[in-house]
Structure formats: C-alpha cells, structure tokens
Design a protein. Structure first.
Length: 313
C-alpha cells in the first residue's frame, strides 16, 4: 500500500464538525487553541456553536477548514496511523498539506490563511460574485462556454474536480447565463452554489499581491514528503517553485483531477482524506475507482481508515 494524505477546502464545513474527535482526542481542541492565539478569536466556539451564517463567511470558513484538516491529521499521527508518502489539498486544503509536509509551521500557515480569507472576502462587492457547478460536460466545452460569455462580466472555469464535474466562478449575472447555456448544451446538472466569493477566478487578482507579500515574509522549509499542488497538478522540485505556485493559486484554477492522477502515477493506491466530510473521497472515486479513498472526520471513519491501512479485517 502506498498512501497519500489529502485535505479538503471550503464547502465541507458545518456547525458541530470535529466534535466527536475532540471528545476523544484533546489534540483537536489544542489545535484550535493554537489557532485562536494567531487569529485573536475563539474559532472552536464558532465551529461548535455557529451561527452557521457566520461560519459560511469565507474569512471564517477558511481558518475553520484549515485547522480541522490539521487537527484530523494530528489525531491520525497520535494513533500511529501509517504516514502518507505524498500529500495534497484541494484549494485552501493545500495549506494543511504544507503543514503536514513541514513546509510551513502551523502558526505561520494559520496567519497566511487568515489573511487569504479576509482578502478573498473583500475582493468583490457583496452580492456580485459567486460560483456554480456544472456536471456532465467535457472540460473543453465548459471552458469554451465561459470564454464565449466573458467580457465586461467575468465567468471562468476554475475547479476541475473530476471528469465531467467542473466549477465555474465570476460575476453572478454571467454565472446565471452560463448555467442556462450549460443546460442547453446537455449538462446533467448546472446550478449556482451557495458561495458569495468568486474563488480562483481573475476577480481574485487583487488578492494576489498582498497574499504573495505575506507568503514571502514567512519562513519555509523543504518538504519532508512530496506535495502535489493544485496550480498545475504537479510536484515542484524546488521550494521557490512550490511557493511560487502557492502565490499564484488564489486567482488560478484548481486542477484536482490532475492532482489525483499525479499521485497515482507515483504509485499511490490509497488516499486518506483528513478533515470534515468526504467530498474529496467521492471525487477520488469518480476520477479512478481503483483507488482506495478513506475519509477521516469522526470516530467511525477514523477506525475504518486505520483498520484498512493496517491491513486489518
């Protein structure tokens, strides 16, 4: 078995997440306490008590998901689960992966994620940006569709999550036109997502420079395990190239299908997802059903993943 560890981004958050693991492993709340020291507010209380409307605001969602991913990974290590030989994260989850690979310290990554969330939250006027999901059309068709509709109003294909599953991002009115056109072109589903920020689109370009300055100010180290990064779905050979991809990623696409293919090319046959939900596990199975996909977000999923990775029946 060659194991990869992956970390989810925005979209899997919910009030009460991580509670069951926290009830059994003090390291979970300890991780949230470390985060509070950087953030200046009690993230654990928000995650456990809500309100949900606040948790879904990008500047809070991003820290919550980042910390949850790291906390779940720390539980895995505490249980002496097999160490992954490669790591990756979906969008925001890449920061959790970089902590797992010891490229960034937890506190430094937390400070970058906090700024990232704030910058992305304020990048466009409230109510003007968003995202939509399109299922059942080829990548090239969706890219062409978006290009045909983009002008003064932006709509771009940004998340290539699995074959036939693409997320587009941009101005709300352009997204609505793209959703309508995708249905006309035979999409199995085309729908607006409950996201108020046009993540990974060119509308995020105003966040790129201040985020890059923050990343440049942080001490980083060579990874102890390879990291497949979303920006091009590849492993970079130098730390400079890794950080360069991280800097450019805020307004660049997420190539998740390519990320999973790269892991498989390097011999990975089992992928463990550390953090709330099982979105990435589902995408892995859509990309290649021969890959094992094991989420870790509560006691039951943790025990199943540990047993599977230890070869227990």
């Amino acid at each position: 078995m060659k194991l990869a560890g992956v970390f989810p981004g925005q979209g899997a958050q919910s009030v009460g997440m991580m509670k069951e693991l926290a009830d059994n492993y003090p390291v979970v709340e300890q991780t949230f306490t470390e985060a509070a020291d950087v953030l200046g507010y009690d993230l654990w209380s928000l995650v456990q008590q809500g309100p949900e409307e606040k948790l879904t605001i990008t500047k809070y969602t991003q820290p919550a998901m980042f910390v949850s991913g790291v906390a779940a990974y720390r539980v895995w290590l505490e249980e002496e689960g097999p160490a992954p030989e490669i790591v990756a994260g979906h969008s925001l989850g890449e920061y959790s992966a970089l902590v797992a690979a010891k490229v960034l310290s937890f506190a430094d990554a937390m400070s970058i994620v906090a700024l990232r969330g704030e910058l992305m939250n304020s990048a466009v006027e409230e109510g003007t940006g968003g995202m939509a999901a399109i299922l059942g059309l080829d990548d090239e068709v969706v890219i062409s569709l978006c290009q045909s509709l983009s002008g003064d109003r932006i709509v771009e294909a940004v998340n290539f999550n699995s074959p036939g599953q693409i997320v587009i991002s941009g101005h709300v009115d352009a997204l609505e036109k793209a959703v309508s056109e995708a249905k006309k072109q035979g999409a199995k589903m085309a729908t607006m997502l409950p996201v108020s920020v046009p993540n990974h689109s060119s509308l995020m370009s105003c966040a790129a420079d201040p985020l890059a300055q923050k990343i440049n100010s942080i001490a980083a180290s060579d990874p102890i395990i390879p990291v497949v990064q979303n920006f091009e779905g590849k492993i970079y050979e130098t730390l400079d190239d890794m950080l360069g991809a991280l800097r450019r990623h805020v307004d660049g696409p997420v190539y998740w299908t390519a990320t999973v293919h790269e892991m498989k090319t390097r011999g990975v046959d089992t992928i463990v997802e550390f953090g709330p939900g099982k979105v990435l596990s589902g995408l892995v199975k859509r990309i290649d059903r021969r890959l094992g996909a094991l989420p870790v977000f509560d006691m039951n999923s943790l025990q199943k993943a540990l047993s599977a990775c230890r070869g227990e029946k």
